[in-house]
Design a binder for this molecule. Structure first.
Ligand code: DAT
Ligand code: MG
Length: 134
């Protein structure tokens, strides 16, 4: 176990659906610290970087259109085991398998509009924090 920083992003659907407060509250109640935060609108270039592992998939254009469709809420979240702990709270990528009690399990039934992003490894957390917070 180690004290970690992870990159968390509430996606455009979360902002449009006014879920920011509820999700931020969950993160705080778990005991994590939100140490940086900002609302921003992303363009196709930064989405192509952020989701470079998905560029060749047929769903990428839909994913990019969604992620640029409105503002996101970007955060640095810190705490013991924050990277894996946040992934546990977020739930499975396949929303139909995301367990009840997880954020995706409780708030979405849509494979693209899945409410929240969280870094999946220490390496990607460092890259993503640098990408979005400089
Ligand atoms: P995660 O967001 O759980 O880290 P990922 O990095 O594999 O998952 O994919 C990024 C986003 O791309 C995901 O949140 C939703 C979308 N996505 C992934 N797989 C998909 C699929 N099979 N069909 C449609 N969208 C998909
Ligand atoms: Mg991912």
């Amino acid at each position: 176990m180690s004290y970690e920083k992870t990159y968390i992003m509430l996606k455009p659907d979360a902002i449009k659906r006014r879920l920011m407060g509820e999700i931020i509250s969950r993160i705080e109640k778990k005991g994590y610290h939100i140490t940086q935060a900002k609302i921003m609108t992303l363009d196709e270039t930064i989405i192509a970087e952020h989701y470079s592992h998905l560029l060749d998939h047929p769903f990428f254009p839909k994913l990019s259109a969604f992620m640029t469709s409105g503002p996101v809420f970007a955060m640095v979240v810190e705490g013991e085991n924050a990277i894996n702990g946040m992934r546990q709270m977020i739930g499975a990528t396949n929303v139909f398998e995301a367990a009840p009690g997880t954020i995706r399990g409780d708030y979405t039934n849509n494979v693209t509009e899945n409410v929240i992003h969280g870094s999946d490894s220490p390496e990607n957390a460092a890259i993503e924090i640098a990408r979005f917070f400089g």
